[in-house]
Design a binder for this molecule. Structure first.
Ligand SMILES: NC(=O)C1=CN([C@@H]2O[C@H](COP(=O)(O)OP(=O)(O)OC[C@H]3O[C@@H](n4cnc5c(N)ncnc54)[C@H](OP(=O)(O)O)[C@@H]3O)[C@@H](O)[C@H]2O)C=CC1
Ligand SMILES: O=C(O)[C@@H]1CCC=N1
Length: 272
């Protein structure tokens, strides 16, 4: 059922667009309930053309019109914007921040207020309703705030609640994760072309392999290692390929990549 509230995106970049498109597809908000503001006029015009949402002339005008504010600017811009809005924000307005690394405590401090603050980490597949979204409500919140988050964000994907100190890990794994998977898709397709497949066939086969494998883990509820064993005939092709992947350190590359991305998320707020 559509909400009767209004939602505003401060920052109309890639992640805001993914959320706007997903939210509109789900029908939870209509275009005339979604406000956007950005310092780039061309982004605002583009999103208005594509989704018929309402352009606010600046962050203040957006603030005057909405019940929920999604902070979708880069982490370093968050303090600048919140300090600007500090005087005018109403206690009833709820802040949803998707900025990597920025904690709920920092947001409350920048605003010098006790508004409800939810920190979320979505990912770009929200664009097609397949997002992985984690959130934390920080230190003080009302039970209905969680229901609200679940209602809005489950319209664009799967939602999980985590403790705030795990939000950087989420950022390193699923926030950044789509890029890792696109890299794997591209690498598999290139590798297929290398052994003689056409580009189209290689990409289609690589993609369906990823989709089918992920769905099997979901639907059969078996451990990935069990499903891996089902593919691996003794002395066959799969174990030959797996041996090379292990020798080249693919597993350990993922440990290192996600550790580094998690650390980077902490660094974005000036911590290590
Ligand atoms: N992209 C992703 O997959 C994900 C991103 N995030 C988080 O979402 C946030 C946005 O990321 P993303 O969409 O990739 O970034 P983008 O750079 O694409 O979008 C941010 C937009 O905000 C604009 N902006 C800058 N300053 C202001 C201001 N004062 N008021 C209003 N708008 C402003 C930027 O303009 P300009 O470019 O000129 O600075 C830009 O258009 C980040 O905090 C990121 O950590 C979270 C999950 C996933
Ligand atoms: O790369 C980034 O910093 C953002 C946060 C998670 C995904 N994109």
């Amino acid at each position: 059922m559509p909400s009767n509230k209004k939602i505003g995106f401060i920052g109309a970049g890639s992640m805001a667009e993914a959320l706007i498109k997903g939210i509109l597809n789900s029908g939870i908000f209509l275009p005339n309930q979604i406000y956007i503001s950005d310092i780039k006029a061309e982004r605002l015009d583009l999103l208005k053309d594509k989704y018929q949402v309402i352009i606010a002339k600046d962050n203040f005008e957006l603030l005057k019109n909405v019940d929920y504010i999604i902070m979708a600017v880069k982490p370093k811009v968050i303090p600048v914007v919140l300090k600007e809005l500090e005087e005018d924000i109403d206690q009833s307005q709820k802040i949803f921040s998707i900025a990597a690394g920025v904690t709920t405590k920092m947001i409350k401090e920048y605003l010098s207020s006790n508004n409800t603050v939810v920190r979320l980490m979505p990912n770009t597949p929200a664009l097609i309703g397949e997002g992985a979204i984690a959130y934390t409500v920080g230190s003080d919140f009302e039970a209905e705030d969680k229901e609200l988050v679940e209602e809005i964000f489950s319209s664009v994907g799967n939602v999980v609640e985590v403790e705030e100190d795990l939000m950087d890990a989420v950022t390193g794994l699923s926030g950044s994760g789509p890029a890792y998977i696109y890299l794997i898709i591209e690498a598999l397709a290139d590798a297929g072309v290398n052994v003689g497949l056409s580009r189209d066939n290689a990409l289609e086969l690589a993609l369906q392999t990823i989709i089918g494998s992920a769905k099997m883990v979901l639907e059969l509820e078996k451990h990935p290692a069990q499903l891996k064993d089902m593919v691996t005939s003794p002395g066959g092709t799969t174990i030959t390929g797996l041996k090379i992947l292990e020798e080249k350190g693919v597993r350990s590359a993922f440990y290192s990549a996600i550790e580094a991305a998690t650390l980077k998320s902490k660094e974005l707020r000036g911590e290590e």
